[in-house]
Design a protein around this ligand. Sequence first.
Ligand SMILES: Nc1nc2c(ncn2[C@@H]2O[C@H](COP(=O)(O)OP(=O)(O)O)[C@@H](O)[C@H]2O)c(=O)[nH]1
Ligand SMILES: [Mg+2]
Length: 343
Amino acid sequence: MSFSIGIIGLPNVGKSTLFKALTKQPVDISNYPFCTIDPNVGIVKVPDERLLKIAAVINPQKITPTIIEFVDIAGLVKNAHLGEGLGNQFLARIRETDAICQIARAFENENIVHTEGRTNPKRDIEIINKELIMKDLETIEKRLEKTKKETKSGNKEATRELEILNKIHEILKRDKMILEYETAEMKQIIKELQLLTAKPMIYVFNVSEQPISSEENIASINLQLESELSELAPEEIKELELPPSKLNELIKTCYQALNLITFYTVTGGKETRAWTLKNGLKAPQAGGVVHTDFEKNFIRVEVINWQKLVEAGAWSKAREKGRLQTEGKDYIVKDGDVIEFKI
Ligand SMILES: Nc1nc2c(ncn2[C@@H]2O[C@H](COP(=O)(O)OP(=O)(O)O)[C@@H](O)[C@H]2O)c(=O)[nH]1
Ligand SMILES: [Mg+2]
């Protein structure tokens, strides 16, 4: 299974420029059979220094990073929720993603049309967020109607749901994104309805040169430059004295926004591989990410933090030194664990 980030924003803000820069590096897709094959979906390696350090002691034939998918979602304009632009089709695509990377145009260029007139990234973000809120309102109102009917027959569960739906409705009516206001009781229905404003959001200001914003939670990136950097070899970038790429940072930020952790397998020394897991899940579920049998026939795991493995110098040495922990089905996997599944 893999996680996906939808790239959204008004037209001509740099979505496709970012998408192309992110997907420039080829990825051997045969390693990721679950991935979506679609020109708007790009498979992107998650940069990971730890994986390389583990591989340096294991010396495998193959090193396989973990990935996330980026989706270039075009067609959002003002009033998309009313069907403008690609309208609802566009909003349905966002629904399928796990998080959103919203690009706002902060560069000036008279030759590139701005659908809202002048450069004003804050206003643009408000326009986009308003569209997401309007769509969520529509979703909630539809459900409210259905649930109200169910309460008439004295259905207790429906009464409870109605209460939660009303709370969500109120947040949206105040023009707020659900993510900031959601409570534990709302989680299930939000998931079921795949509300757009409940998804983690990463904002990127596409700047020309100097960042015009230094606000937290907003990355300022010159996407035009990134697109040029993605065409060059590291030596060329150095020679031309160009600034380093910020894309790896962005990929990591997206990964963190999804609340994901990375664990590793070294499978008898042949392949050193990184895997993605939702934070808080247990060893059998981690097994399921690697192979369905590892979950179905789970017995136990041997586990060691990646740094301790590197210090030990080899899997066998870690074992000799008694560094491998044996854990059962209730073990909660930690970021950086190297795991051997026993079935
Ligand atoms: N000057 C400048 N132009 C950019 C930048 N990013 C994108 N563009 C240009 O803006 C136009 C629209 O970009 P594109 O990525 O296709 O926008 P999209 O509609 O959001 O996918 C293209 O001509 C890009 O070359 C930037 O950072 N600076
Ligand atoms: Mg585009």
